[in-house]
Design a binder for this molecule. Sequence first.
Ligand code: AMP
Ligand code: TRP
Length: 333
Amino acid sequence: MARIFSGIQPTGIATLGNYLGALRNWVALQESEDECIFCLVDLHAITNFQEAAALREQTRQMAALLLACGIDPARSILFHQSAVSAHARLAWIFNCVARMGWLKRMTQFKDKAGRDQEAASTGLFVYPNLMAADIHAYHATKVPVGDDQLQHLELANDIAEKFNHDFGVAFFPRIEPLVLKDSARVMSLRDGTKKMSKSDPSDQSRINMTDTADMIDQKIRKAKTDPAPLPEHVHDLASRPEARNLVGIFATITGQTPHQVLHHFAGAGFGPFKTQLAEALIAHIEPISLRTRQYLDDPTALDQILKDGAHRAAAIAEPIVTEAERLVGFLSR
Ligand code: AMP
Ligand code: TRP
């Protein structure tokens, strides 16, 4: 049995992209033999400033959504990162293992820091060290992520290797990314070349997992397309990013291949296609958003689920991180 670890930042409302690209796969992984640990990474969230009340609310919101999507706290461990101090302790050790040069190469830092790197928090710079600590604190070996996170996983392996080498041990195992398929990449409804993102300034660019049926209907109707009818072949979508995205969403949400979708709609305009796409999305998302609201209606019960999860997570991470501290030369506590 292997151990699976993944994390999501509790910032903003999860989008259809988060759902199809990550959360849905997490739910499916629960069916495997492996032990699943899912973490709301609030320590990562504050690498960019968050209003305290908003962070609290969004952490509960993301927990409620994960449960509504089918994460089962009886089978998986679901918790918030700050509740298990092992993450921060191992991250500090990794801050001292990782090299400046390694972190300077991280493309996500460059993207997120933007033009004014001097103004970025130092937490944002060492973000990948904390992510490595998240995984290695559990000796997890399988990590489901989108392809944008692969560079961070390579770094996590480099850190483990250097730690093992520096202290002459074989303590941290290699981790293996479980990369989500290309078809699961959902693009913006306004620009088919940009990823659908919860941080996009335009709400019209995304479907939120909390959108009402009316909002979903309206956003799909207004989604950018081109004037040509839907083509017969998938390869004809190559130069039509918006059409390709909508066909991809339709296929994923209805469990078909893009080929099957085109077979049905080839030659037609986007009108009837969009109507059916909106219907399929509403049928899928509405029950999830209803269950999310039910979980949010009882914050005491929700917090208790996270506390139980944190307790079980700590039981695994505590001995591993304590051993790492001993290997480094810290006296026992
Ligand atoms: P983020 O919203 O960037 O914090 O990402 C959280 C998780 O959702 C990561 O595993 C991402 O790879 C995945 N994800 C985010 N946006 C998309 C998208 N538009 N399509 C597919 N996966 C996504
Ligand atoms: N950096 C990841 C993201 O933005 C979130 C994350 C934090 C994570 N710690 C992790 C993912 C550990 C996998 C494993 O999507």
